[in-house]
Design a binder for this molecule. Structure first.
Ligand code: GLU
Length: 283
């Protein structure tokens, strides 16, 4: 059975970017009679805003985006991530490099703007403190076919570098948690914003190392503001509360001719979604 999910980080209320991702994922699952699960990605406590998760849930309810089963709160699932880290042990190593050292020795910037780590500590910590656990990447191409964005490929060692799967301060980062949970929740179809397109190869790498299946991926364009910045709390995105007008704007953004949720689920057609990584809302 098709199983989709929405996995917001409770760092603030829903904005049009997250509403578009939730709607696309809900429609994709419901149009094929599938299940739709909700997961709150609240591992990075410092970034979570009290009450934001409840506000997101209320907006989803108002929109009619109903979910199945219990909500998975990542902060209550830490033992699952620890078990995965244990499984990855042969492929991980401690890194003692500070931000400064990484910037100085970086191989350049990855697509998401992060430094490409040159694997300095693969040979050992050399007396440095344990700052982060990194997973080894390789020189083979990781490929996948995105249902909207088309064929994708990355050579992780060259394009991203060995990446962090556990932070010295005890935080489990997104890349590991998302892979563990998508597998545990038996997600068949990940539908989300294209700001995460470049994370997908890392996630497939972890799936391969953990021996779990790779879901299908569909990345919708990220919503950007008039200045071309991705909507987020930092760029001052307006909160959405789940009105019919917001729903219509999100459907138009996704290229769907429908104006209500019922119509949209009947006529869901991912081929109409613009094949772009980012777009502004239609005026
Ligand atoms: N929690 C992530 C976010 O809010 C989404 C993760 C995902 O869909 O894979 O951006």
């Amino acid at each position: 059975m098709v199983t989709g999910r929405f996995a917001p980080s409770p760092t603030g209320p829903l904005h049009m970017g997250s509403l578009v991702a939730a709607l696309a994922s809900w429609l994709d699952a419901r149009a094929s009679g599938g299940r739709w699960l909700l997961r709150i990605e609240d591992l990075d406590r410092a970034r979570c805003v009290p009450g934001a998760a409840e506000e997101i849930l209320r907006a989803l309810e108002r929109l009619g985006l109903t979910w199945d089963g219990d909500i998975a709160w990542q902060s209550r699932r830490v033992s699952l991530y620890e078990a995965a880290l244990e499984k990855l042990r042969a492929n991980t190593y401690w890194c003692g490099c500070s931000r400064r050292e990484i910037a100085d020795s970086s191989l350049g910037l990855a697509a998401d703007g992060a430094q490409i780590y040159p694997a300095t500590c693969r040979v050992g910590l050399d007396g440095k403190p344990r700052r982060a656990l990194r997973v080894r990447t390789g020189s083979e191409e990781v490929r996948f076919e995105d249902r909207v964005q088309g064929p994708q490929s990355q050579v992780l060692e060259r394009d991203v570098g060995d990446f962090v799967v556990y932070r010295g301060d005890g935080i489990v980062p997104y890349q590991l948690a998302v892979v563990v949970d998508d597998a545990a929740q038996r997600i068949t179809d990940v539908v989300r914003g294209a700001d995460l397109l470049d994370s997908t190869a890392r996630q497939i790498h972890l799936q391969n190392l953990l021996g779990v299946p790779t879901p299908r991926y569909l990345h919708v364009p990220a919503v950007v503001n008039a200045a071309g910045e991705k909507l987020s709390k930092q760029t001052g995105a307006a909160p959405v509360s789940g009105t019919a007008k917001e729903l219509r704007a999100a459907l138009a953004f996704l290229g769907q001719p429908a104006t209500t949720l019922d119509e949209a689920v009947q006529a869901w057609n991912p081929a109409l979604i613009p094949r772009r990584r980012a777009a502004a809302l239609p005026r």
